[in-house]
Design a protein around this ligand. Structure first.
Ligand code: PAF
Length: 281
């Protein structure tokens, strides 16, 4: 496995690979890899000749007062995990390598990005789309892999690919959970033991909502209020949002029918966590 920190060297490595007609899978990450990331790398390994993992804590997707400075970083540990999961190349640039000081061009999108996480993190998806577009242009992958935990991110990236004609297939992989149900996230490492226990309220409220829907409940507001009430009743959790939306448009639903995304975000202390479930009803 090779590690490179520059765009030029990465492009150079990939030129010959592409000329040989080999397929390239890209797994974009911000590092501090957990089992969720590794499942993406393993899937990419199965489906491509060459697997590139990018590790880059992208400053443009963090808002003021967010955790850009403290986001966990451990490149040695990450490269070891990438190797074990079957990656061929790790691309780990510094911010100065990815963005020129005078960088003025960004990718933006209306509608899909102004709700759910976009509503509480203005500018976040502009940063995500910009860095993902840059990675697509640098790597020119055949396939790129994203986790369903960031369901809105996957939707936004798919829409960007469609609207801007990127020649890449987006592969979405299921959420990987801890044995007690908590969705894996690099940010889980911020939680105190008490917050870690309290964080379970996110997945539990979603699983209970699923049970109620399987039991016949179709009123979206009943489900939404149930989840919001459950999260708000946990003293260590502060609800950001609980939404029942169409899984393609993210429009709020009145009736639970079709492809449904139920998404939540909450703060445990200073840590903002998200989780979701998708249902076909
Ligand atoms: O999901 C993430 O880790 C990031 O948003 C991504 C896609 C790597 C872009 O920085």
């Amino acid at each position: 496995m090779k590690l490179t920190k520059t765009k030029a060297e990465l492009r150079d490595m990939l030129k010959d690979i592409r000329r040989e007609g080999k397929s390239i899978g890209l797994v974009p990450t911000m590092g501090y890899l957990h089992e969720g990331h590794l499942s993406l790398i393993r899937k990419a390994r199965q489906e491509n000749d060459i697997v590139v993992v990018s590790i880059f804590v992208n400053p443009t997707q963090f808002g003021e007062g967010e955790d850009y400075g403290t986001y966990p970083r451990d490149l040695d540990r990450d490269t070891g995990r990438c190797r074990e999961a079957g990656a061929d190349i790790v691309f780990a640039p510094e911010a100065e390598e990815m963005y020129a000081k005078t960088n003025a061009a960004f990718v933006d999108m209306s509608r899909l990005t102004d709700r759910l996480c976009g509503a509480s993190r203005p500018g976040h998806f502009r940063g995500v789309m910009t860095v993902v577009a840059k990675l697509f242009n640098i790597v020119l992958p055949d396939r790129a892999y994203f986790g369903q935990k960031d369901a809105q991110q996957v939707l936004v990236v798919k829409r960007m690919v469609r609207d801007l004609d990127f020649d890449v297939h987006i592969v979405e992989a299921p959420i990987v959970r801890e044995t007690d149900g908590l969705a894996m996230s690099s940010r889980n490492t911020y939680l105190s033991p008490a917050e870690r226990r309290a964080a379970l309220v996110l997945s539990q409220s979603l699983f209970e909502a699923r049970q109620r829907i399987e039991g016949g409940e179709r009123r979206a507001d009943v489900i939404r209020n149930g989840i919001a009430g459950q999260i708000s009743s946990q003293p260590l959790a502060r609800l950001d949002y609980a939404e029942v939306v169409d899984a393609e448009t993210l429009e709020p639903l009145r009736e639970i029918r079709g492809s449904v995304l139920i998404a939540v975000a909450a703060r445990l202390g200073d840590t903002r966590l998200i989780d979701n479930i998708k249902l076909e009803v």
